[in-house]
Every structure is written in structure tokens, then in C-alpha cells.
Ligand binder design. Structure first.
Ligand code: GTP
Ligand code: MG
Length: 196
């Protein structure tokens, strides 16, 4: 059963996927990309190549579901799970058709997954939380294994926003992380492990 990574564009979803895989000991990634036409394209790349090819500072870098498989230390043989990175969800109707298709792919996939990790960019939070983040929270909190990853804690003033995030999303676990510097991953790993 799969674990999906969701959130707004540029929140750090792909950084989390790649650096979490590295944290779990993978040296290279076999990435399966689900094209909107339905077929899967597989590519294998080193962690370093994945970082330089798949992460940018621009929104909507990821436009298709892209997943890797990892093995959790469960039972005699271990338990394989798929972790799926997604096209970020944003308000409004995006002018680019590929992005609209990507967002539709994300929404369609969410409830087919056993678990959802919702990445929130702390540096983008102001006084009110975004509509999309609230909608994801309302949609997911009672339906799948769900946690919020409050990302970019390495940035100035980010840690001070954690209490606000915990109050806003009060019925789910909130893990402060830095996807860039692989901080807070031990707690996320424990949460995933306990759920499977
Ligand atoms: N300072 C800091 N920057 C981060 C962190 N995580 C991600 N970033 C940066 O945020 C930007 C977006 O990261 P991505 O991993 O591509 O974000 P994404 O959610 O996959 O973005 P889209 O695919 O466009 O939706 C990049 O410039 C990353 O280096 C973090 O923990 N700290
Ligand atoms: Mg991405």
C-alpha cells in the first residue's frame, strides 16, 4: 500500500522524497513516473542526480506522480511500500493544461493510498493558513493515515510558527522537519513504521 506526499507547490515534497530515501540508506532511486496518458516511465538515478534534476526553486516542477519503493524492516522479509511524490495543489484554475492534469492525478490518487504525508512550508505561512492546506486537512484527517510535516525549520522564524500550526491542525500529528537538511526524519520514519 502506498504513502502519498501532498502539499502546495514548492513546499518541499520532492526534496523530502529524495532525502528521506537517502536517509533510509538508498544510494540510487528507481523512479516510476506516471504519465497522464496512463503509462509508467521508469528511470534510475543517483541521489545526487535526482536532487539536481527533480528539485528547483520554481513552482510546479513536479507535474506527474513519481514514486519509489522502499522496504521497511517488518516481518521476515521486510515490507515493501511505495512512496509517491505529487504535483503540488494550488488555488484557482492553472493556465497550463499539464499542471491541471497533474493536480487531477494528485487528487485522484490521494484516497487510494493508505497514508498521506502533507508537507507545509513554514516560511510561506503568514497569519492565516492557505485554503489548500486547510482543505487537504479537512479531506484527509479522518480517512487515511495522516501526518503534517512542517517543513523548512532551518529558515529564520520557522520554528516560532510550529505552535500556530499545531493549533490549526490540532487533530493530527505535526512533525517539524527540514527536507533540505534531513532534520526530523527519525520521527517521521517511526510514524510510518508504526502505521504499516
Ligand atoms: N531552506 C529550505 N529549503 C527547502 C527545504 N525543502 C525544500 N526546500 C527548497 O524549496 C524549493 C522547492 O523544493 P521542492 O522539493 O522542489 O518542492 P516541491 O514541493 O516538490 O515543488 P513542486 O514540485 O514545484 O510542487 C527548492 O528550492 C528546495 O531547495 C527545507 O527544508 N529548507
Ligand atoms: Mg516536486
Amino acid at each position: 500500500m502506498a504513502c502519498i506526499i501532498v502539499g502546495r507547490p514548492n513546499s518541499g515534497k520532492t526534496s523530502f522524497l529524495i532525502n528521506f530515501a537517502a536517509y533510509l540508506g538508498l544510494n540510487s532511486l528507481k523512479i516510476s513516473v506516471r504519465r497522464p496518458q496512463g503509462y509508467l516511465a521508469n528511470q534510475t538515478m543517483t541521489i545526487a542526480r535526482a536532487r539536481s534534476n527533480l528539485i528547483t526553486c520554481h513552482s510546479h516542477t513536479t507535474r506527474n506522480l513519481q514514486s519509489i519503493k522502499i522496504v521497511l524492516p517488518k516481518g521476515k522479509r521486510g515490507k515493501e511500500i511505495e512512496i509517491i511524490d505529487t504535483c503540488g495543489l494550488a488555488e484557482g484554475i492553472h493556465p497550463d493544461r499539464e499542471v491541471r492534469m497533474g493536480m487531477a492525478q494528485t487528487i485522484e490518487k490521494i484516497l487510494l493510498c493508505k497514508m498521506a504525508l502533507h508537507i507545509l512550508d513554514l516560511s510561506a505561512i503568514e497569519k492565516t493558513t492557505s485554503t489548500i492546506d486547510n482543505e487537504l486537512y479537512q479531506y484527509l484527517k479522518n480517512s487515511v493515515g495522516y501526518a503534517l510535516l512542517a517543513n523548512k525549520i532551518d529558515k529564520e522564524d520557522a520554528l516560532a510558527k510550529i505552535t500556530h500550526v499545531r493549533n490549526t491542525f490540532s487533530s493530527v500529528p505535526v512533525f517539524p522537519i527540514s527536507a533540505l537538511y534531513s532534520r526530523g526524519f527519525k520521527e517521521v520514519y517511526r510514524f510510518v513504521l508504526a502505521y504499516y
